[in-house]
Design a protein around this ligand. Structure first.
Ligand code: SF4
Length: 293
């Protein structure tokens, strides 16, 4: 039974204890210059009937005690609203006590869904959307081939919240490289302040071999930021935020572990980042030392 269940290859760290349900396979975009996640998983759709069969298998895979589900793979909002509602209705029939159902969603896809469609999906029980912002600067977004503008990121975040979802946005430190680090800081603060997402989750760029960014670094056209600059970026971002979000560095790539509520814990976060900046300056931490910090 386990062998025939279609597990998604990835989920956010916050979904470590969630049941995983694959509603599509791979990434329909698959062009972001830093990302290798779905390169070996070609995009394909699944029929609603196939997904319902997977849901019927879930009690034998996960038992009946879990209260959370994550939808894989990279952009479940690509499904038709009616299909998502049918899938969610079936899921809640099998697991009536669910507390949270979440998914990744691309901003570009979100802005193509009508407010009515988004509300219907939310009312059927999808509760939280994880959106990859990466940067709020248009030059950076274009360079990394994110396929969405800063304005679309804002619209996607606001539509998500207006429909009643919890909105979780991901920021990628270092994604502008040395050349666009200041633009990256400014634009990211602007987008986050306009959206005020429920969660801001931070990762630090880790160049993956064979991705365009790794190639640009080899060629010398992209100068990666040092750990010091990545922490300075985060410090500027945290200082500039006027939001009511939970702010988390919940990933191994980050230099400083942070998890706190804004604005209540903003001063403590700024202090922790200032201390890290001072440490990096004092010890002249280099890019190659990154992993051992
Ligand atoms: S970052 Fe997201 S949208 Fe971009 S290629 Fe990777 S999975 Fe696809």
């Amino acid at each position: 039974m386990m062998e025939s269940f279609d597990f998604p290859p990835y989920r956010p760290p916050s979904e470590a204890y969630s049941m995983l349900l694959r509603v599509s396979r791979g990434c329909p975009w698959n062009k972001c210059a830093f990302c290798s996640m779905y390169k070996k998983y070609p995009f394909s759709r699944k029929s609603v009937e196939e997904i319902k069969r997977d849901i019927d298998l879930m009690p034998s895979v996960y038992g009946r005690g879990a209260r959370r589900v994550f939808f894989g793979d990279s952009n479940s909002l690509l499904l038709k609203a009616d299909d998502l509602v049918e899938i969610l209705n079936h899921l809640y029939r099998v697991f009536p006590d669910l507390e949270r159902v979440t998914s990744y969603a691309r901003a570009k896809t979100l802005v193509k869904k009508s407010p009515e469609e988004l509300r219907a999906i939310r009312q059927a029980g999808l509760t939280r959307l994880h959106i990859g912002l990466e940067s709020g600067d248009d030059q950076v977004l274009k360079m990394i081939r994110k396929g969405a503008t800063a304005a679309e990121m804002v619209e996607a975040g606001l539509r998500t919240k207006a429909a009643g979802f919890e909105c979780s946005m991901y920021v990628l430190l270092g994604i502008g490289g040395m050349k666009l680090t200041m633009e990256h800081r400014r634009g990211t603060v602007e987008v986050l302040n306009q959206v005020d997402p429920h969660f801001i989750r931070v990762r630090t760029l880790t160049p993956i071999p064979k991705t365009p960014i790794a190639r640009w670094i080899e060629e010398g056209s992209f100068i990666p930021v040092s750990p010091l600059v990545s922490v300075e970026e985060e410090l500027d971002i945290v200082r500039g935020l006027r939001v009511t979000s939970r702010f988390l560095n919940d990933h191994v790539s980050n230099v400083v572990p942070l998890d706190g509520k804004l604005p209540e814990e903003q001063a403590q976060m700024v202090a922790a980042l200032e201390a890290a900046v001072a440490y990096c300056r004092e010890h002249e931490v280099q890019y190659s030392d990154y992993r051992s910090l």
